[in-house]
Design a protein around this ligand. Structure first.
Ligand code: RUB
Length: 316
């Protein structure tokens, strides 16, 4: 499904929950647009009622997928500076401007990550990617567009098989691709020169939360001395982990993994959607603010969320 900037907030939340809208960056941009739409549609002059509607919208969106901090940061960004608004009109125009700024800068960040990350690739390299990350694909497509001769190995990424989206997108851009099943990662790693993946959340200790299996890919890369890069916009860094919160790992329905009627009685199926890759397995985080070691995550969080705020300011 393509994201529609005029979709009702409740519909956006449902589409995020059902994964019609998926990927941490896209859900963040869609959530910001849903907040904007809600602000534009609010009728009346009662500012307290308006604040209540926005607060409820925020809760609905944030609850739609629990793991990606990008969603929370996006919604927070749309409400930036609104506490002092004195009228419905003032509050509305702040939310609209904040949402526009977030979406614009978020899209630009993905392009910048592509440019920075492409400098880490050389002609003839074989690169592995896991799941379907717009930020990671931006790197691979930029390298290819710059004339670099690279080949990509994409994991299938069970159970949703986002790897099919990856090979579709890369093939359309002309990048040679090979699809492998998730359990072939270690087998293929010996021939790889680098791994590029995305992130849903980056913790204050530099750990990366991304699609289930990412940590196994990272361990295989570490074992084969293959550099492991994580491509992530700065709104995927979690200020909540700085204050001690743990990241909730979403578990989805077992029926996504296997038809329950095929199972013997009493067998339980678990379907965790993300996992945590420790910083010692990560060579670099590629962000729009620069290429940094995972241990610099703390500083990014303090800079972006401590004194100031992500995507604050009036310039575009
Ligand atoms: C998607 C996934 C992606 C990150 C980053 O999981 O794990 O690697 O979200 O993506 P799901 P992007 O399919 O469950 O949403 O770089 O596009 O933000």
């Amino acid at each position: 499904m393509r994201r529609d900037p005029d979709m009702e907030l409740i519909e956006v939340a449902d589409s995020i929950r059902s994964m019609e809208i998926r990927g941490a960056g896209l859900i963040a941009r869609s959530a910001a647009e849903a907040m904007r739409h809600t602000a534009q549609e609010f009728k009346g002059e009662d500012i307290a009622a308006f604040r209540q509607v926005l607060e409820e919208g925020k809760k609905t969106l944030v609850a739609s997928r629990p793991t990606a901090i990008s969603l929370w940061n996006a919604v927070q960004a749309t409400l930036r500076g609104t506490q002092d608004a004195g009228s419905v009109e003032e509050l509305r125009s702040l939310v609209v401007a904040n949402a526009d700024r977030f979406v614009k800068r978020s899209s630009r960040a993905v392009e910048t990550i592509g440019e920075f990350g492409a400098k880490r690739l050389k002609d003839g390299m074989k690169v592995m990617t896991h799941c379907n990350s717009k930020a990671a694909l931006s790197v691979l497509k930029t390298a290819h567009a710059n004339g670099m001769d690279i080949e990509v190995y994409a994991t299938e990424s069970r159970p949703w098989r986002q790897g099919l989206l990856t090979v579709k997108d890369l093939s359309a851009a002309g990048v040679p691709c090979t699809l492998i099943i998730d359990s072939a990662v270690r087998w293929a790693m010996k021939d790889m020169d680098a791994v590029f993946v995305g992130a849903d959340t980056i913790c204050s200790n530099g750990a990366v939360i991304n699609k289930i299996g990412t940590s196994q890919v990272a361990m295989a890369a570490h074992d084969s001395r293959v550099p492991f890069m994580v491509c992530a916009e700065t709104y995927k860094f979690s200020p909540r982990t700085l204050s001690g919160e743990m990241v909730e790992i979403e578990e989805r329905d077992a029926s996504e993994v296997v038809d329950p009627s095929l199972l013997p009685a009493g067998v339980r199926v678990r379907n965790p959607v993300f996992d945590a890759t420790p910083p010692e397995y990560i060579d670099s985080l590629i962000t729009e603010a620069g290429v940094i070691p995972p241990y610099a995550a703390y500083e990014v969080i303090v800079r972006e969320f401590g004194q100031g705020s992500i995507f604050e300011g009036t310039e575009d």
